[in-house]
Design a binder for this molecule. Structure first.
Ligand SMILES: [Zn+2]
Length: 305
């Protein structure tokens, strides 16, 4: 309950507790789904904590036994979790493993990355300062370059209260209503972004039929208008870190195709551009605690084919 109270205090709308190899946290919260301003509890999540890596399983209908998973048969376990309608994410793949933290380094051999829904690229406290998060970002980016459909995510590893000088990253999920099925659907599609504080909305509109698309959508190649609207630059969690967006970066197949200067006066940006086959995504870069060029928002891709 302490975690839920803290989550409420921080202003989270949704909380999914992926404890190490146990879902007992949910029994403790029985019946507490949504009342008052408590965060919505997205159930059925667990962190597979094995010698070969930590894997996040979210919203599965049944618990799949992780204890006999081997480094080279992870694909078959991933299939089983998919059958149970679970989402799959790789947690902190490059965190130091044994003897510092047993199993924290990802050593499973994934043959089909398309079955993995997301990779955690911001993990722990002050995630932007951790080399292992940079390596995770690189792995994600390389998989996108290969043509995989895979999202990036953030997670807190919330074992103890954070220090005041630490910041954390947050996932913002595109939802029309807060329900487990919608949360699952949006995460599966990749309709979410990770941020160190600032919020935004990102939409892509086809020139041909004016239809709007959300992150994670499949698009045909063609001319599109990209609308980015920047919202609040800080929130309860990340209020005191002097966050200032300075640039919008548009990336196609992991190459920056356009960089737009962001000013404090202008919050809304529109760009028309041809989208070709591959992936397209948006990042907001800026200063964080006076450090320039920090990735403040990393939005999940649109997929063009
Ligand atoms: Zn872990």
């Amino acid at each position: 309950m302490e975690l839920v109270n803290n989550a409420q205090e921080f202003g989270y709308d949704i909380l999914s507790i992926s404890d190490h190899n146990t879902t007992s946290a949910y029994d403790e919260l029985k019946g507490n789904c949504m009342y008052g301003k408590r965060p919505f509890i997205f159930k059925g999540s667990i962190e597979w904590t094995t010698y070969y890596g930590h894997m996040l399983v979210l919203g599965a209908n049944e618990i799949i036994d992780w204890s006999i998973a081997k480094p080279d048969d992870i694909d078959s376990w991933i299939n089983k979790i998919k059958m149970a309608d679970g989402l799959i994410g790789v947690a902190h793949p490059f965190k130091l493993g044994s003897p510092i933290c047993t199993g924290c380094h990802w050593d499973f051999l994934v043959r089909n990355w398309d079955k993995v829904d997301f990779i955690e690229i911001f993990n722990g406290n002050s995630p932007q300062n951790q080399l292992y998060n940079e390596q995770a970002y690189k792995l994600w980016s390389d998989l996108l370059k290969e043509g995989r459909h895979i999202s990036c995510s953030s997670g807190r590893d919330w074992h103890r209260p954070k220090k005041v000088e630490d910041n954390v990253a947050i996932n913002y999920i595109g939802l029309e209503e807060i329900s487990s099925s919608q949360i699952k659907q949006s995460i599966r599609q990749g309709n979410f972004y990770v941020t160190l504080g600032p919020t935004c909305s990102i939409q892509v509109k086809a020139h041909s039929n004016s239809r709007f698309f959300q992150m994670g959508s499949l698009l045909n190649p063609g001319m599109y208008e990209v609308d980015v609207e920047l919202g609040e630059t800080s929130n309860n969690l990340n209020g005191n870190f002097m966050v200032k967006p300075t640039k919008l970066r548009l990336l196609q197949n992991e190459e920056c195709i356009e960089e737009i200067k962001v000013t404090e006066q202008l919050r809304s940006y529109k760009v028309s551009l041809p989208l070709k086959s591959g992936e397209f995504r948006v990042e907001v870069v800026g200063s964080f605690q006076n450090k320039p060029d920090v990735k403040l928002i990393i939005a999940n891709p649109f997929y063009v084919s």
